[in-house]
Design a protein around this ligand. Structure first.
Ligand SMILES: NC(=O)c1ccc[n+]([C@@H]2O[C@H](COP(=O)([O-])OP(=O)(O)OC[C@H]3O[C@@H](n4cnc5c(N)ncnc54)[C@H](OP(=O)(O)O)[C@@H]3O)[C@@H](O)[C@H]2O)c1
Length: 322
């Protein structure tokens, strides 16, 4: 089968589209014939070695398709069923081996490729809005990169919770998408001072929570946008890692909370995975949650897909089709 592996860390050029053996499922494993793999920013961190894995490494942490074969002791899935998953390496391929406990069944009537678009970013938006800082009606939040993959979903879920939503974006086109998703205010943080743009309409108060996935370039001002006792949820670093930080700053700025969460701790048990995936996929199936899948690349063109994501050219979800 074809797969995309890295043999060294580096730029998009290290992504090798190559022939590898098709795996055979062992005990507890399912062989999935992939219809699509999701591209996520974590793939960039893994490719560059910022998040280090043993090499050679088959890229991709999210996929969907149909069950091709099941290994011994697998009773919960059978050949031909549509499934999706995240958190298991090897999705940039024609086939992937997935532990049965990491798989969820796709709801009837939903295009199977939607699973590869929704699992990682959808469940991330879900835990951020419903668990890390559960938003309530009348509260307010700031969401950075609001037209990105996680961003567009998080904006919709924050509105679903009844919050007032400020979103930052780099272009007018992205601002329009953030507003379409429900953002009350879209701020062009490449031209405007987002701290001022959040403070002015909140009478200098700021917001209850900032969901910050940009990191280096936004972190300090994100803290300034919070009300006393507010939460900074730093869940990514697309602009680079945040510099070492003195916790006394949290006290000085209003007894703030800082957390650095990861999806994989929020779906660590089967019940959490089923709840989050179930909510996200059923909301998409019912039309309550809109997915934007504008960017789809053949798997062989994976380097171009990475360049587009890193170059801030994409909006919503990017899919790779084997
Ligand atoms: N902790 C978790 O559980 C978790 C789970 C999923 C994702 N994440 C994080 O969430 C973030 C979003 O992930 P995603 O896959 O949905 O990607 P994405 O938001 O679709 O793409 C990243 C966006 O970040 C913005 N950005 C700002 N400064 C940037 C820079 N210097 N270089 C590149 N992009 C920059 C860009 O939006 P503008 O052009 O509008 O600025 C860009 O489109 C990433 O940081 C990722 O690591 C974390």
């Amino acid at each position: 089968m074809k797969a995309v592996c890295i043999h060294q860390f580096g730029g998009p050029e290290v992504l090798q589209y190559e022939e590898v053996p098709t795996p055979t499922p062992g005990p507890g494993q399912v062989l999935v014939k992939l219809a699509a793999a999701g591209l996520n920013y974590i793939d960039v961190y893994q490719r560059t070695g910022h998040y280090s894995n043993t090499l050679p490494y088959t890229m991709g942490l999210e996929g969907s398709g149909t069950v091709a074969a099941v290994g011994p002791q697998v009773t919960s899935f059978k050949a031909g069923e549509p499934v999706a998953y995240t958190g298991v390496p090897g999705a940039y391929a024609e086939y992937a081996l997935v532990p049965a406990e990491s798989l969820v069944r796709m709801p009837a009537g939903l295009d199977v490729t939607v699973g590869a678009a929704a699992m990682l970013q959808g469940m991330t938006a879900h835990y951020l809005a419903y668990t890390t800082y559960p938003l309530h009606p009348g509260e307010s939040c700031l969401i950075h990169a609001a037209a990105g993959g996680v961003g567009l979903l998080l904006v919709q879920m924050a509105k679903q919770c009844g919050a007032r939503v400020f979103g930052t974006v780099s272009t007018e086109e992205k601002a329009a998408l953030a507003r379409e998703a429900g953002a009350d205010e879209a701020i062009l943080y490449t031209r405007q001072d987002f701290e001022t743009e959040v403070k002015r309409p909140t009478n200098g108060q700021g917001v209850n929570v900032v969901y910050d996935s940009v990191g280096q370039t936004t972190f300090e001002k994100s803290l300034n946008c919070l009300k006393p006792l507010g939460y900074l949820v730093l869940y990514g670093q697309s602009s680079g890692p945040v510099a070492p930080f003195d916790p006394a700053v949290l006290s000085a700025k209003g007894s703030l909370f800082l957390t650095r969460p990861s999806l994989f701790h929020y779906i660590a048990d089967r019940a959490s995975l089923e709840k989050r995936a179930g909510d996200v996929l059923s909301w998409i199936a019912s039309g309550q949650l809109k997915m934007r899948i504008e960017f789809t690349f053949p798997l062989a063109n994976v380097a171009e897909a990475h360049r587009s994501l890193e170059g801030r050219k994409t909006t919503g979800k990017v899919l790779l089709i084997p």
